[in-house]
Design a protein around this ligand. Structure first.
Ligand SMILES: Nc1ncnc2c1ncn2[C@@H]1O[C@H](COP(=O)(O)OP(=O)(O)OP(=O)(O)O)[C@@H](O)[C@H]1O
Length: 383
């Protein structure tokens, strides 16, 4: 556990970068520092490895004040990843990754093997080991940065905007792989970003900082979205926080209908009177083939002969959220989302009303205000 106790940092020019910050970053979890530019996130991060010493207050790791430890010894147990990876340009990828183990006196053969193992872990091909950083893409360089920080197997990782310098697609990939890696490694991670989406996706806990070094709120992502502490946090999260919260409602909450699904060998007649004009056609294995429009069916034959509209994307009942299901429903020609199992077989269909009911059941929708509730319950007239 990393503990901030009343930490203040005032620079000699009078700038207050951190103002009496108290906070806990639990062991084995990801704590994200997010907030406005100049809010003190980087300063807070750097007090952990003593790149910055506080003016007042203390930072403790597992109960021990970091100032009681020599910076070099302290940093051996703390990996550090920064934007643009910060790689040594004249060293190969392998040598970059092996930097800290070599400093610790490990043998060349051992560090080389470890470097290759780490490259595999972060999704880099071994063939890249002999390249130099300029011969890698931005996303690959960030992976090397993560591998280098992991090289000495530190229990703590500090990550300062590590994925900010890459395009959105690569960034999403790096985030997914980072989460997969953390599932395996269980490091204590402090992660700085100015991107609230990244914070919500990655953080077990999110600490929101405001200019002037004020810590405004610390909460889990769901609580942050449900109960922003004040207008600043609400504004920072954005007006679409309702939609974002649906990412935390499992799609398994939605009830599914089996109506409107027919096999490809069914006669077209059976789809002619489809309730809303659409029938989902599935193959013999139960996998979706496409949507048949009642208005555009051939005069005779089986559904396999009909021209089918594409499915778009399906949603997985096991892994997806109601947000993904809603997205699939909105993009589906029939307005219904196709639910599949782990093998891609159709389990049923969910329309927007089914998903709306799931949202209500999940408790994500706020309770109506008391007056509105009385009316909804039919008590309004007697009140
Ligand atoms: N060495 C320094 N001397 C004076 N002021 C500094 C110094 N380092 C940082 N600051 C100031 O401290 C405040 C907090 O900076 P910090 O870098 O921690 O913010 P941040 O939240 O990480 O910002 P950003 O998202 O823009 O990186 C800013 O006003 C910054 O200008």
């Amino acid at each position: 556990m990393i503990t901030f106790e009343g930490v203040t940092k005032r620079y000699p020019d009078g700038t207050v970068a951190l103002d009496d910050v108290s906070l806990e970053c639990p062991t084995g979890r990801i704590t994200v520092f997010v907030g406005t530019s100049g809010g003190g996130k980087t300063t807070a991060l750097r007090t952990i490895n003593r790149m910055v010493d506080p003016t007042a207050g203390r930072v403790l790791i597992d109960g021990r004040d970091v100032r009681d430890r020599k910076p070099a010894e302290l940093r051996r147990g703390i990996g550090y990843v920064i934007q643009h990876a910060g790689l040594f340009p004249h060293r190969t990828i392998e040598d970059n990754i092996a930097t800290v183990p070599r400093l610790l006196g490990k043998k060349k053969k051992e560090t080389r093997e470890r470097a290759h193992e780490l490259m595999r872990l972060v999704g880099l091909e071994s063939a890249m080991a002999k390249r130099y950083p300029f011969q890698l893409s931005g996303g690959q360089q960030q992976r090397v940065g993560v591998a280098r920080a992991l090289a000495a197997d530190p229990p703590i990782m500090l990550m300062d905007e590590p994925f900010s310098a890459v395009d959105p697609v690569v960034r999403a990939e790096l985030q997914d792989e980072f989460l997969r890696l953390q599932d395996e490694l269980h490091k204590t991670i402090v992660f700085v970003t100015h991107d609230i989406d990244e914070a919500i996706k990655l953080g077990d806990r999110i600490a929101v900082f405001r200019t002037g070094g004020e810590l405004v709120q610390v909460d889990g992502p769901q609580d942050l979205l449900a109960r922003p502490a004040d207008d600043f946090v609400a504004g920072f999260i954005g007006h679409d926080r309702g939609i974002r919260r649906l990412s935390f409602v499992p799609a398994a909450q939605a009830s599914l209908s089996e109506r409107g699904i027919l096999p490809a060998d069914a006669p077209v007649e059976r789809a002619r009177d489809a309730e809303d004009g659409w029938t989902l056609v599935v193959d013999v294995g139960g996998r979706p083939l496409g949507w048949a429009a009642a208005a555009a069916l051939p005069a005779e034959g089986v559904l396999a002969d009909a021209r089918l509209a594409p499915i778009g994307h399906t949603f997985s009942v096991e892994d997806d959220s109601v947000r993904a299901a809603l997205d699939a429903a909105i993009l589906s020609p029939s307005g219904r989302a196709v639910a599949v199992d782990g093998e891609g077989r159709v389990l049923g269909l969910a329309d927007q009303a089914d998903l709306s009911a799931a949202i209500t059941r999940s408790g994500t929708r706020p309770e109506p205000a008391p007056a509105a509730k009385a009316l909804a319950d039919g008590d309004g007239a007697s009140a």
